[in-house]
Design a protein around this ligand. Structure first.
Ligand SMILES: Nc1ncnc2c1ncn2[C@@H]1O[C@H](COP(=O)(O)OP(=O)(O)OP(=O)(O)O)[C@@H](O)[C@H]1O
Ligand SMILES: [Mg+2]
Length: 387
C-alpha cells in the first residue's frame, strides 16, 4: 500500500501512531506533576526496561504532559562517560534564567545563577556566554562535591519555581550510563526535593539494572521512585498498537495476520513497528493478509538484523562478542555465569572483566538472581541466526 500513508514508526525514539498499553504510566506521571505543582509530595519515576520497549517515547510523552501541567521541562540523554555536572549545567541555567524572568521568583533565581557560576568553575565547565556581572556566591554549590552541590542547586530551582507557581521536571534518558557517584548525587538531590516538598521531579529511563544501581547508591531510592516496568505489550495492547493505525488509514488487517505479528514479536514494540511497517508497504491492500505478513517476515528480520541488533553488537570487542555468542548458544536466557564459563573453558573470575565491560556497554545485565541476560529482546535468536 501507499508508503506515503504508512502510519508505522520503527526507529529509536520515534513516536508510534498508537501509544498502546502505557496509560497507567502516563496517568501516574500526570498525577505526580499535578501534585508537585500543588506542593504535595510527588513521586519521581524510573522507566526501566529492555531495548526497544518504548522508554524514550514515554519520556517524551511525559515531557508533554508535564508542560501541560505547568512544569518547566528539561530533557537530557546521558552519553557514556559524560559527567552529570556537565550534562545538567546548561539545563539548570536555562531553567534559572527562565524563572528569573518571573517577578515573584526573580530574586531566588538570580541567587541560583550565582551558585551556578561557582558550580561551573569548580566543576571546570566551559561556559560560552559567561554571565556578565554575575558574581559567584560563596558557600552556594561550590564545594566541588556533587553530592552537596547538586542538591543545593536543585533546592534553589525548587524554591524559585515554587515562588513562581511552577515546577521543574528533569527527564534523563539512558540513566544506566551515569557513574555511581553521579547517580547517587542525583538521588540525594531528589530526596531533598521530596523532603522539602519542592516542585522538582525526575523521570529517568534506562535498562533494568538501574533499579539495583539506585538501591545500592541509596537504600531509600526504592521508596523515592515509582518503577513502572516498561516491557513487551500485553496481547490486547499489541493488537491495538498494530490494528488501530491501519484502521485509522481506512485499511484493514486479517485477524490471523494480526495474530501472527503479535505472537512472533511477543509484543515487543520495536519489532511490532518494524514488521507492521514492512507488511504495509508490501501489501496490495486495502486488507493486509496473512500472506502479506508471512512474506514480509524475512525482510523484517533482515532489517532488524542490519539495524536494531547490529548496532548493539558493533560496540563489542572480539572477546566480548565471543562471550555473548557463548551465551546465545546456551539457549534463551537467563544464563548462569558458571554455565557460560564452563562453555568457554574458562574460570568465572577470569571472565569478570569481560562481563563487567559488556554490562557497562548496556548489552547484558545481571538479573535479580545473579544470572545474566541480554538487554535486547530476542537477541539470543539473532546471534544464532548469524551462525
Ligand atoms: N506503547 C507503544 N506501542 C507501540 N509502539 C511503541 C510503543 N512504545 C514504543 N513504540 C515503538 O517502539 C520503538 C522503540 O521505542 P523507543 O525508542 O522509545 O524504545 P526504547 O525503550 O527507548 O529503546 P532503547 O532502549 O533502545 O533506547 C519505536 O519504533 C516506537 O515507535
Ligand atoms: Mg531509548
Amino acid at each position: 500500500m501507499d508508503p506515503y500513508r504508512n502510519p508505522f514508526a520503527p526507529g529509536a525514539g520515534s513516536r508510534p501512531p498508537e501509544l498502546a498499553g502505557r496509560d497507567a504510566t502516563l496517568e501516574a506521571a500526570r498525577i505526580s506533576c499535578g501534585r508537585a505543582i500543588k506542593g504535595r509530595s510527588a513521586r519521581s519515576i524510573m522507566l526501566l526496561g529492555l531495548r526497544g520497549t518504548g522508554k524514550t517515547v514515554l519520556l517524551n510523552e511525559i515531557g508533554k504532559i508535564a508542560q501541560e501541567e505547568g512544569l518547566l521541562v528539561s530533557k537530557v540523554e546521558s552519553p557514556e562517560r559524560e559527567s552529570l555536572a556537565r550534562l545538567l549545567y546548561p539545563e539548570m541555567r536555562k531553567v534559572m534564567r527562565s524563572l528569573s524572568g518571573i517577578q515573584a521568583a526573580k530574586q531566588i533565581a538570580n541567587r541560583g545563577l550565582k551558585g551556578l557560576r561557582s558550580f561551573a568553575s569548580i566543576f571546570k565547565i566551559d561556559i560560552a556566554g559567561v554571565e556578565v556581572g554575575v558574581e559567584p556566591e560563596p558557600g552556594l554549590a561550590d564545594s566541588g562535591d556533587l553530592q552537596y552541590d547538586l542538591p543545593d542547586l536543585f533546592d534553589v530551582i525548587g524554591r524559585a519555581a515554587q515562588a513562581a507557581g511552577k515546577g521543574w521536571i528533569l527527564l534523563i534518558d539512558e540513566v544506566q550510563y551515569l557513574s555511581e557517584a553521579d547517580l547517587s548525587a542525583l538521588i540525594v538531590s531528589i530526596h531533598r526535593m521530596s523532603q522539602e516538598g519542592l516542585p522538582v521531579l525526575l523521570v529517568g529511563a534506562g535498562l533494568p539494572q538501574v533499579a539495583r544501581l539506585a538501591g545500592e547508591a541509596k537504600s531509600y531510592a526504592e521508596r523515592l521512585f515509582l518503577y513502572p516496568a516498561i516491557g513487551a505489550l500485553d496481547q490486547p495492547s499489541a493488537i491495538q498498537a498494530v490494528e488501530k493505525p491501519i484502521v485509522d488509514e481506512q485499511a484493514t488487517i486479517e485477524p490471523t495476520a494480526l495474530g501472527e505479528i503479535v505472537d512472533r514479536t511477543r509484543g515487543y514494540p520495536f519489532f511490532l513497528q518494524e514488521w507492521a511497517s514492512i507488511a504495509w508497504n508490501n501489501a496490495e491492500g486495502p486488507e493486509i493478509t496473512l500472506d502479506d505478513v508471512s512474506q514480509s517476515y524475512a525482510e523484517t528480520l533482515a532489517s532488524l538484523d542490519a539495524g536494531f541488533f547490529r548496532v548493539r553488537i558493533d560496540r563489542l570487542t572480539k572477546s566480548e562478542v565471543q562471550f555473548v555468542k557463548t551465551m546465545s548458544e546456551l539457549g534463551d536466557g537467563p544464563y548462569a555465569m558458571a554455565d557460560i564459563a564452563k562453555a568457554m573453558g574458562r574460570t568465572q573470575s577470569s571472565l569478570g572483566p569481560t562481563r563487567a565491560n559488556i554490562i557497562s556497554k548496556g548489552m547484558i545485565y545481571s538479573t535479580d538472581h545473579g544470572y545474566l541476560n541480554f538487554t535486547v529482546p530476542l537477541f539470543a535468536e539473532y546471534m544464532r541466526r548469524q551462525g
